[in-house]
Design a protein around this ligand. Structure first.
Ligand code: GLN
Length: 487
């Protein structure tokens, strides 16, 4: 059963070929058997999952099932789950059991999805390799000496290893698309505001967005349909109607104009990865699309801009972890200041501290204008680049990452090398646009992704292009050897 996609599983459940309880047990057994090698889960909720599966079977028997009723999924451990530990990959929240569900969790639960557990991630979603997790790195199922990408590395690894058919992730600068690319799965970062951030632990509030990770665009469409929509409890969630994403999948690509940013195919892109991406683009051309060169002239400023804005927002968001109300508290504080400083020193890892220091510096009185205000101005220019390009094209395409997954440890001592990993994904968050990564080839046996970027709220188009591409190719069906595939 583990080879089936969400759509196939939904059909099996609908036809009564198996029950959700049987499916959930089978996947829990796989997690038991395989996850010691991948470390994709921080918490597995066996009892909760089985109870939810039985409830889903009862709901189906009563005739009130949704497509996702009884489908086991996993949530990135950044989404608050009522009564189930939510660590955000940090010692700071190792003991945190939320009293409520994130809206995303709530909505998927209401559709009847079964939560198998919570997936590994970079601490507070800061990273591109999953190596900053307090719980140790998740590993890439295609080669466990390599990183799965980050920060949603656990979700990507769990889906690639066929432990779950789908999982949630969050993307502040690439954290859905980059691990999806490196693990050979499909991941969608929706438009900022498309999916509620309520109960999604905040990293950089103007950039964070939750979205689906699955094997196919078709499955991402099913999940996004359940996750998306206005949330009166999140003032940044958009009051924009949610279309039927599944209904939009089949449209033909004739006449579609795809823009190729010249900046995305130059220096820094690994040769073999570029070749794979160009082959994928040729496939889209075969399907009827027209390829057009475009320019995003401020691309070279995106990393510097992001690495001011994201740490600045993180430094304010993370000021709440003070050892007073919840989370980690140091032992025997001498006084209030000692409580604050030792709690934060002991509770946060190095990368989180680095971000807090950078962010605090950029926001401080003497430097605000030079760094933070300037970064906001450049952000506007980056957004304008996309607006201009979308006057000429419907979708922008390029590589998701500069190369395939790197070895564990290869970049962990060099923050700048790690930050460069996000070169093609960050600008999309700065502009608030939707982005989809689909598997598009293999380099040295490891997957690489094609990224498709759309206009605001045009997720349906991205899923449509991804789906048509997947009907014509089989990269998304290939499984790593560890999961029983040939890769
Ligand atoms: N890798 C980027 C960072 O470290 C993006 C992370 C993310 O999208 N959560 O900030």
């Amino acid at each position: 059963m583990h080879e089936f996609t969400v759509a196939q599983l939904a059909e099996g459940l609908h036809e009564g070929r198996f029950t959700s309880e049987e499916l959930t047990r089978a996947l829990l057994e796989r997690v038991q058997a395989l996850d010691s090698r991948i470390n994709s889960f921080i918490t597995v909720d066996e009892d909760g999952a089985l109870a939810a599966a039985r409830a889903a079977d009862a709901r189906r028997a009563a005739g009130s099932a949704h497509t996702l009723t009884g489908i086991p999924i996993a949530h990135k451990d950044i989404f608050c789950t009522d009564g189930l530990r939510t660590s955000c990959g940090s010692r700071m929240l190792d003991n945190f059991v939320p009293p409520y569900d994130a809206t995303v969790v709530n909505k998927l639960h209401a559709a009847g999805a079964v939560t198998l557990g919570k997936t590994n991630m970079d601490e507070f979603a800061m990273g591109s390799s999953n190596e900053t997790s307090y719980y140790g790195p998740a590993r890439n199922p295609w080669n466990i000496e390599h990183v799965p990408g980050g920060s949603s590395g656990g979700s990507a690894a769990a889906v690639a290893a066929r432990l779950v058919p789908a999982a949630t992730g969050t993307d502040t600068g690439g954290s859905i698309r980059q691990p999806a690319a490196l693990c050979g799965i499909t991941g969608l970062k929706p438009t900022y505001g498309r999916v509620s951030r309520l109960g999604m632990i905040a990293f950089a509030s103007s950039l964070d967005q939750g979205g689906p990770m699955a094997r196919t665009a078709e499955d991402c469409a099913l999940l996004l349909g359940a996750m998306a929509g206005h949330d009166p409890l999140d003032s940044t969630s958009a009051k924009v109607p949610v279309p039927d994403y599944s209904a939009a999948l089949a449209a033909g690509l004739e006449g579609l104009r795809i823009g190729l940013p010249v900046e995305y195919f130059g220096e820094g892109l690994d040769g073999a990865t570029g070749t794979a991406v160009r082959a994928a683009l040729a496939e889209l051309e075969q399907l009827g699309a027209t390829l057009v060169d475009v320019s995003l002239p401020h691309t070279h400023l995106a990393i510097a801009t992001y690495y001011i804005i994201a740490p600045a927002e993180a430094s304010t968001n993370l000021s709440r972890y003070d050892g007073v109300r919840y989370g980690y508290r140091c032992d025997n504080p001498e006084d209030l200041m000692d409580l604050y400083t030792r709690t934060r020193e002991e509770g946060f890892g190095d990368e989180v501290k680095r971000r807090i220091l950078v962010g605090t510096y950029a926001l401080s009185a003497g430097y605000y204008d030079a760094y933070y205000r300037k970064a906001q101005q450049v952000r506007r220019l980056v957004q304008q680049d996309f607006t201009d390009a979308f006057e000429r094209v419907d979708v922008i395409a390029g590589p998701t990452t500069p190369g395939p997954a790197f070895a564990l440890g290869a970049k962990s001592d060099d923050p700048v090398a790690m930050y460069l990993e996000d070169i093609y994904t960050l600008a999309v968050n700065l502009a608030g646009l939707p982005g989809l990564s689909v598997p598009a080839g293999r380099v040295d046996g490891l997957p690489v992704g094609l990224q498709l970027v759309g206009r605001h709220f045009d997720e349906a188009r991205l899923l449509n292009v991804g789906h048509r591409f997947q009907q014509a190719t089989d990269w998304h069906t290939q499984a790593p050897a560890l999961a029983g595939g040939g890769g």
